[in-house]
Design a binder for this molecule. Sequence first.
Ligand SMILES: Nc1ncnc2c1ncn2[C@@H]1O[C@H](COP(=O)(O)OP(=O)(O)OP(=O)(O)O)[C@@H](O)[C@H]1O
Length: 310
Amino acid sequence: MIQIRGLSKSFGSFQALKGIDLTIAKGTVFGFVGPNGAGKSTTMSILATLMAPDSGIAMVDGFDVTKHPHEVRKRIGYMPDFFGVYDQFKTMEYMHFYGASYGIPKAERDELIPNLLELVNLSDKKDAYVDTLSRGMKQRLCLARCLVHDPELLILDEPASGLDPRARIEMREILKELKTMGKTIIISSHILPELAEMVDEIGVIEHGLMRAIGNVNEIQNRLRVKRYLHIRLLDKMDEAETFLRDRPHVNKLLREEDKINVHFGGGDEEQAELLRSMMSYGFEIVSFSEAQSNLEDVFLEITRGGADPS
Ligand SMILES: Nc1ncnc2c1ncn2[C@@H]1O[C@H](COP(=O)(O)OP(=O)(O)OP(=O)(O)O)[C@@H](O)[C@H]1O
């Protein structure tokens, strides 16, 4: 669905994209993650035909975004990170406005729009003025608007940003629904653990370069991040940190207020040995647990330069 080769874009002397490559198959939900200013929005704007690259190629469903923007626009629904919602419209009117812009006949819109509003849980707000909607509702309305022409590809730039936890969960449920409908989705986010359960693949971008692409497990394996141990102690945190740094298979330590998180490269036996050694040294251990590494850990690992993902 998406093919990007050597995509570059500069703003003045600043190089926002430095030749990125990316392939996303049809039906994939792709999580696009990276720190602020990494180049996510720039890449998405180019895919949405709103910005021309300086060099390189971006194709959507076989159409070049710069040569055939109209073909591309028919196939995509784009949700920008900042959007206006034409406050003087009621929800229903707003949807009709977008539907009409895509040339969808009124009779068809009359059938389609209530279904879309239901999908995004806004049926009861159909007669409300857009400016009276909450932020979460506006974001869901924007998503419904993206779906009006039944695009195959959704390009969603931080659709959950600024939402409270409940609104985020609602947004995530809608995205899961779209996934089951077979849409290809590229979604950027800072809320990484939330992406983990719905994305098929992730791409990590930093300073305009793709640092890693693959499914979460593949990337973890590539980074050789085996397991994460959370160790809570009654006291002697500094001493424990020094002790742990010298132990075998301890790749990295992250200190939190009341616990030490260890990136551990060993297996069960080595882990048991680590616990044994801490006990015999005299540390008073409150808990010693193993956590599944999640998308956030992977992201931190890559962007802190803790391991070479290549
Ligand atoms: N129109 C512009 N003019 C000048 N610089 C720009 C412009 N658009 C983006 N940039 C710069 O390009 C870099 C990449 O920006 P981009 O918005 O793509 O990042 P991002 O990964 O989406 O970050 P965020 O998560 O903060 O939205 C940033 O340093 C940004 O300041």
